[in-house]
Write a protein that binds this ligand. Sequence first.
Ligand code: NAD
Length: 397
Amino acid sequence: MIVKPRIRGFICTTAHPTGCAAHVSEQVNYVNEMTPISSGEFKNVLVLGCSGGYGLASRIVASFGCGANTLGVSFEKAPSETKTGSQGWYNNAAFEKQAKAAGLYAKTMDGDAFSDAMRAQVLDTIRADMGKIDLVVYSLASPVRQHPKSGVLHRSSIKPLGEVLSIKTVHVEKGEVSEVNLEPATAEETENTVTVMGGEDWEFWMQALIDADLLAPQAKTVAYTYIGSELTWPIYWEGTLGRAKSDLDRASQAIGENLAAIGGDSRVAVLKAIVSQASSAIPVVPLYVALLFKAMKDQGLHEDCIAHIHRLFATQLKSGADMRLDDAGRIRVDDLELSQPVQDIVKQRWPEVTTENLSELGDLAGFREDFLKIFGFGIDGVDYEAPVSPLSIEPQA
Ligand code: NAD
């Protein structure tokens, strides 16, 4: 079949099999062209949320930059004869193919990472295939979590706290800038968001690995967070998601204490804003990202997902690194996004931006390009007019 993007709001319901594979190859090639980060430090890496965005980039950097064997966990929709699967399904297949070709172990478990059943399967696989884990990357982003103990299905809300928030946003498809009124979250919605996106699940994973004695001496773990600029704080850092991310800070502290016995380390890493399936769903963020990308590109400071994670591993996670930590002990690699020359421009343009001048002041085109790339569209060298099988990442003969 010929696969075209079918966009519904902030999701695309189709994914291009060979396009996704080419997108993975682009990222692998980027890492292969850089100086190797380390060899032997990260032998076995577990990536929770491995199929897209920052988790996939982490898996690629761990494997191709550090020579690591990787076990990944993600939640995917498999394709059928007539329907494409989720982008992550193709990304995982493409990653495994490339890693194996490079002589690296790569296995992906498809299912609910929040469940005890998945944890048990992962522990069994580590025991059988890998030995001990040196690094756990926690990169899950989900709107729902079924609690493994209570069975209750919790839903997150992306809302401000306290009062109605009147703020600028953009309709990504139409390119229209407007003011929206966002209702504040109830206490229950806030609590549910913390249950879904907070640190409890990360703690469950780390405790299970400790209890099973599957962590190597000096093992590290990192979970990803976003703080961003004051412009987005009312909807992000000071909203429900920020509450959840603060809980990640709490969890990191607790995990760090539990890892002390093996000389391990637990960190939250503050990353820059990129376009991902998860971030596209947050109101206001696409407008901020459009202005940010323009300022960062104009100043030669732009990093895409893979470049950013490569810098995280090469300058922060590697042993002996001169770590850039904030007062809360978080790793800060959002320094370029938050640098004064970038933020000065973004903050100056924020009140000025309108539907009419958005293409001049911002880079909505770059946002849209990155959005399509998530689903394997708009990748150089891919023939989008050629028929492909939804069941395979190989081009059709
Ligand atoms: P993403 O949507 O690209 O990836 C999320 C991953 O989680 C996917 O692999 C998905 O399959 C997996 N997942 C979701 N629910 C799952 C479940 N129940 N079981 C197993 N796997 C599941 O997201 P992303 O933007 O890369 O976000 C990853 C992390 O990085 C998040 O913690 C996010 O807050 C953080 N972060 C993102 C940005 C950004 O701009 N996108 C910036 C800073 C930090």
